[in-house]
Design a protein around this ligand. Structure first.
Ligand SMILES: *[C@@H]1O[C@H](CO)[C@@H](O)[C@H](O)[C@H]1NC(C)=O
Ligand SMILES: *[C@@H]1O[C@H](CO)[C@@H](O)[C@H](O)[C@H]1NC(C)=O
Ligand SMILES: *[C@@H]1O[C@H](CO)[C@@H](O)[C@H](O)[C@H]1NC(C)=O
Length: 460
């Protein structure tokens, strides 16, 4: 009796054991399959391309998953619902923040991986730049925009920025700092060789923060781009930035601006010490590398041509005629020379040319208002809370993160400064996804009346 019960118990236990084993096995197989699928594919690329792929799949029903030649150039995809983050969904935000903190120290793709050779360009472009608007953009064909892109690190950031703003009719000039690593320079060069309308700057500067070199780098690119005859506006961009508008929206806004410059300017908060005294560059010991600049006690002569210095931003939207004026007019040249030993001339040069009415610079502002309205950049100078203290950049600018996503789609500015692939790659992925999605449809410009009412467009 005792024995038979035990035997039944044993049999039942064995049965239970094998069934559990079987279920566990099934479970692990399915997990393994999922994790095999996720890391290597660009989820986003697949989503965007879903119509194409559906067509392909109809032709070849077996082909389930795209294999890339440049698998290692597909950015890591983070599984978050960007749409929910844009809508301020708190649960998704918690999930995304947890995912971000799990990442610990996110690293961009190794610069060395951008070793694309000329004969690989077709494959590279089909895997990374294969969107309808990358090959044709009929709507905006006659309204090319020129871009300067300044950078010193992270080829991946450059590639992803270019991928969002690239259009066949536009022009792009890339300035890689003279002291950037050769891996960075070579990586960028390899990408650039694949495009007819993307160039490397002909003269590289060693860019040191707050010195003249930053302005000179942009000017070198402007000079190179001016040779291309038909672009309408020039936007200068850093590779830590991302657009808040699609190319088609940029065109619509710039058409409303009809040749007027979109430049920030402030007369009252001028930081006079920046331009009243001479600043000198400090060089590193045993090298002529500049490292920083320092104020001297030597007073500067007043600026040429009775120009009043106006504080603004290094970034703007400059009309072609304004760029021509900057590159060719003697007054612009004199102000440039006068600015060489000032602090951060990139932040007063454009504004001073644009807001001194007596210079009659093309597309310039006609009055002396303070402060001016402008739309070229959304910068969070810490006025809004930086949610993550680690993301405050040392120059006091907050890096945009997932918490900021809910406010970005409704901003009117053209670009946002700044993002970080090492700080918050998820915010990066989501903004990319939004702009790429919006590029597939051509909707009317929302807020057109806002742009029409910009003060620099009003007749006086
Ligand atoms: C992609 O998958 C292959 C094999 O499936 C692996 O060897 C390679 O390291 C993976 N690449 C990345 C970037 O994860
Ligand atoms: C480029 O780098 C990858 C990864 O290190 C390597 O597998 C590949 O062979 C390299 N290609 C060329 C053309 O050197
Ligand atoms: C982008 O489009 C894909 C495919 O339609 C969609 O799943 C995704 O939610 C969209 N994302 C955004 C931010 O619009």
């Amino acid at each position: 009796m005792q024995l038979s019960i035990n035997r039944r118990l044993l049999r039942n236990n064995c049965l239970f054991f094998f069934i559990t084993l079987f279920l566990l096995e099934l479970f692990f197989i399915s997990i393994k399959k999922d994790s095999n699928q996720i890391p290597n594919k660009s989820q986003f690329g697949q989503q965007i391309d879903s119509t194409n792929r559906r067509r392909q799949q109809q032709q070849q029903p077996q082909q389930q998953q795209q294999q890339y030649f440049f698998n290692y150039l597909q950015p890591k995809h983070h599984s978050v619902q960007c749409n929910a983050l844009y809508e301020g969904d708190q649960d998704e935000l918690k999930h995304a923040l947890a995912l971000l903190s799990d990442l610990k120290h996110p690293q961009p793709i190794d610069n060395k991986y951008y070793n694309i050779t000329k004969d690989q360009c077709a494959v590279y472009k089909s895997e990374r730049f294969n969107y309808p608007y990358h090959t044709r953009d009929e709507e905006n064909k006659n309204y090319p925009i020129a871009f300067t892109i300044l950078m010193y690190e992270h080829v991946e950031a450059f590639e992803r920025l270019l991928r969002v703003i690239y259009r066949p009719q536009n022009y792009y000039c890339v300035h890689v700092d003279n002291d950037a690593s050769t891996d960075v320079y070579d990586g960028v060069k390899n990408i650039v060789q694949c495009f007819d309308n993307v160039i490397l700057v002909s003269k590289r500067e060693q860019v040191v923060y707050a010195t003249f070199s930053r302005l000179q780098a942009d000017l070198n690119c402007m000079n190179d781009l001016f040779k291309y005859a038909n672009w309408k506006y020039l936007l200068n961009v850093a590779n830590t930035e991302l657009p808040l508008k699609t190319n088609s929206e940029l065109v619509k806004i710039l058409k409303i601006y009809r040749g007027y410059n979109d430049i920030e300017g402030r007369w009252k908060t001028r930081n006079l010490h920046r331009t009243e005294y001479r600043w000198e560059t400090i060089r590193a010991k045993d090298s002529d590398k500049q490292i920083t600049i320092k104020k001297t006690n030597e007073k500067k002569k007043p600026p040429p041509s009775s120009i009043e210095i106006v504080k603004g931003s290094a970034y703007g939207a400059f009309s072609r005629q304004f760029v021509e004026f900057v590159l060719t007019s003697p007054i612009a040249k004199e102000l440039l020379d006068w600015s060489r030993d000032t602090y951060s001339p990139d932040e007063h040069y454009w504004a001073s040319l644009n807001f001194n009415t007596h210079l009659h610079a093309p597309g310039s502002y006609k009055a002396k208002d303070d402060p001016t309205k402008w739309t070229a950049r959304f910068v969070n100078w810490g006025e809004r809370n930086c949610y993550d203290p680690l993301l405050v950049e040392r120059r006091g600018i907050c890096v945009f993160g997932i918490v900021d996503l809910a406010i970005l789609p409704n901003r009117r500015e053209l670009f946002a400064n700044k993002f970080s692939l090492t700080g918050d790659p998820i915010a990066y992925q989501c903004l990319e996804e939004l702009i790429m999605n919006k590029s597939l449809v051509d909707l009317p410009l929302s807020d057109a009346s806002y742009y029409r009412q910009m003060p620099f467009l009003q007749p006086l």
